[in-house]
Ligand binder design. Structure first.
Ligand code: PAF
Length: 288
């Protein structure tokens, strides 16, 4: 009979999580942490592999954080697939999955928030008011609970990684943030838990995000450096896809996220597009 790898241990309380981390620390182990909202895919698993390689006590959190969703967003619909996630994680031999309840994370009376400034304002911040407040708050809480030496995030959520880096630097949180490249499907679509919302036709249309980013790269390589021209080109390309609705097409400085006029240095091209109602984001660094 084929040996099934054992599912990781699931911890649901802050007290137990702290105890396990404390023992691991006493044994001199380096704590690695991958925060997720579950519905795991290859993008998450690439972070888990990186954590496994660089640390010797790996915690993955699975928590669909209500405070980072707007009232009209997909919190209720967000896929919750804990058992399947545990099966996926089983082969990696991670130490703990932290999967707290809402009550554990936000008990009655909870009323403290982390507001990151300018870096959280444009792009996702503008389209999703309050989103980064929820992200920064839950991530700081998770860092305080897990007390990791290193934590991993994906480049697909580029602005999120910058927000977390800003928060960690400003609030002296003793954790190193590492960012791993976006993992893509063979046709270029960035892996995302929200891709599960896409039916076959919408899934096909969703390739427009990556195709648009590739087009921008090619235009820049061919000498077009004017970001207004590039953005207009991408917008018309995306608008030609039925059911595609643009939230933003932006060319920004990769560190500050301020708009850039000319691609005369590395620039981040960032997109947010709704495909038949499913909101997808993607980005790519473009060199001049
Ligand atoms: O990127 C995510 O999945 C979430 O924003 C995070 C970092 C787990 C916080 O809820």
């Amino acid at each position: 009979m084929k040996h099934q790898p054992e599912k990781p241990r699931v911890v649901t309380t802050v007290a137990e999580m702290r105890q396990l981390v404390q023992s691991a620390r006493q044994e001199g182990r380096r704590i690695g942490f991958v925060p997720t909202m579950g519905a795991l895919h290859e993008g998450h698993l690439s972070l888990v592999r990186a954590a496994k390689e660089a640390s010797d006590f790996v915690v993955v959190s699975i928590y669909v954080n209500p405070t980072q969703f707007g009232p009209q967003e997909d919190f209720a619909q967000y896929p919750r697939t804990l058992e399947a996630d545990l099966d996926l994680l089983a082969v990696y031999g991670i130490d703990v999955v932290f999967a707290p309840s809402d009550q554990e994370m936000y008990p009655a009376g909870f009323d403290s928030w982390v507001e990151v400034g300018g870096i959280a304002a444009p792009l996702e911040g503008r389209c999703r008011p309050g989103h980064f407040r929820g992200v920064a708050t839950v991530v700081l809480k998770l860092f305080n609970i897990v007390q990791p030496d290193i934590a991993w995030f994906g480049q697909k959520d580029y602005q999120q990684a910058l927000v977390i880096q800003r928060m960690v630097a400003d609030l002296n949180v003793p954790v190193e943030i590492r960012v791993c490249p976006t993992v893509r499907e063979p046709d270029g679509l960035a892996m995302s838990s929200r891709n599960r919302y896409l039916g076959p036709e919408s899934r096909q249309k969703a390739t427009i995000l990556w195709r648009a980013l590739c087009e921008a790269k090619q235009l820049v390589a061919a000498g077009q450096k004017d970001t207004a021209v590039l953005a207009a080109h991408l917008r018309s390309m995306i608008a030609a896809v039925p059911g595609a609705q643009i939230d933003y097409v932006a060319f920004v400085d990769p560190q500050t996220l301020s708009p850039v006029r000319q691609v005369d240095r590395p620039v981040l091209a960032a997109l947010a597009v709704r495909i038949d109602g499913t909101r997808l984001i993607d980005n790519e660094l473009i060199a001049p």
